[in-house]
Write a protein that binds this ligand. Structure first.
Ligand SMILES: C[S+](C)CC[C@H](N)C(=O)O
Ligand SMILES: N[C@@H](CCS)C(=O)O
Ligand SMILES: [Zn+2]
Length: 325
């Protein structure tokens, strides 16, 4: 971003060094009654239940989120085409994911202007861009094994049009989520440069061992690719067990000066075949309150929650970070 401060840096500064991201989006849709057992997963609600999407955004704003992540994680043009929609309809749905979050943010902010309350910032809207593994809908965002046929150019082709369409809806940020391997990180950086995308991005990896990406690459190798890209002011980890987060923050900080983003899941493990969360060492909202303080201390600049976390989790993080500066 050169010398000019972007919206993300401004937010982090305003938040005293560490801002709050929202929590599990699909998780909260399900809690409100949505059935998302579908190849489109949470993006199914863009077709069937946009009001619920807006409600989830509102709940996270009320919980104190400074950044809202849109409903587009598993929204893809081929995914919508397979539901019988046209390309035009598919592209409109991608834009709608951004529009719904912007509307929620603007409504909430207007309300706050009239009824001021401490601890809230005007939230940023980050357009979610799930990995190729998310689109495959087989849990491979946690394995990173896309097979020998998936080369750099194929990943760039997969991401290109959705990226253009989401960027055209003018979100504040782009959030690449659950990237499980180095090749996809390389594809994203090349694409951002080729398309001259001027909306700042964060790129977040998944990890299942707390030391590497699921494909086995070191974070050092991945960050070498990302560090030189000014279009990416923040990097981090999402949908990974809270258990690993503190060590990962230290590991990332060794290799980058960029802002560090962490939004772990609850510690439960996704069974990609059964399409179910399997119980594991699970972290509750009370744990998140203490952990958020520790993660900030360790150098995280954006903290939130991913799958199986809820507005209560974000409220706990908000309470910790916004009352103890
Ligand atoms: C972050 S995972 C739980 C999302 C769902 C997965 N891509 C699937 O469709 O099975
Ligand atoms: N933004 C997505 C990420 C899934 S890993 C969600 O919270 O549902
Ligand atoms: Zn997740």
């Amino acid at each position: 971003m050169g010398v000019t401060k972007g919206p993300l840096e401004e937010l982090i500064e305003k938040a005293g060094g560490c801002a709050v991201i929202d929590g599990g989006f699909a998780t909260q849709l399900e809690a409100l009654g949505a059935d998302i057992n579908d190849p489109l997963w949470s993006a199914l609600c863009l077709i069937s239940n946009p009001h619920l999407i807006k409600k989830v955004h509102m709940q996270y704003l009320e919980a104190g989120a400074d950044v809202l992540i849109t409903s587009s994680y598993q929204a893809t043009i081929p995914g919508f085409l397979s539901k019988g929609l046209s390309i035009e309809e598919a592209e409109k749905l991608l834009q709608k994911s951004v529009k719904l979050a912007i509307e929620a943010r603007d409504n909430f902010w207007t309300h706050l202007q009239k009824n001021p309350k401490d601890g809230y910032n005007r939230a940023l809207v980050a357009a979610s861009i799930g990995s190729y593994g998310a689109y495959l809908a087989d849990g491979s965002e946690y394995s990173g094994g896309y097979g020998p046929d998936i080369e750099l150019d194929k990943l760039k082709d997969f991401h290109r049009r959705r990226l253009q369409v989401l960027a055209s809806a003018e979100p504040d940020l782009l959030a690449f989520e659950a990237i499980p391997n180095k090749l996809e990180a390389q594809a994203i950086v090349e694409l951002l440069n080729e398309e001259k995308v001027n909306i700042p991005s964060w790129i977040c990896f998944s990890s299942v061992d707390g030391k590497h990406t699921p494909s086995g690459h070191s974070f050092k190798e991945c960050l070498e690719i990302l560090n030189c890209c000014e279009r990416v002011p923040a990097i981090g980890v999402n949908c990974t067990s809270p258990h690993f987060i503190d060590k990962l923050i230290h590991e990332l900080r060794k290799f980058t000066k960029k802002a560090i983003v962490v939004y772990p899941n609850s510690g439960e493990i996704w069974d990609g075949r059964a399409k179910k969360w399997m119980p594991s060492e699970c972290f509750g909202d009370g744990n998140f309150e203490a952990l958020a303080l520790k993660w900030r201390e360790s150098g995280a600049n954006l903290i939130g929650g991913c799958c199986r976390t809820t507005p209560n989790t974000i409220q706990a993080i908000t309470k910790a970070l916004k009352s103890k500066r």
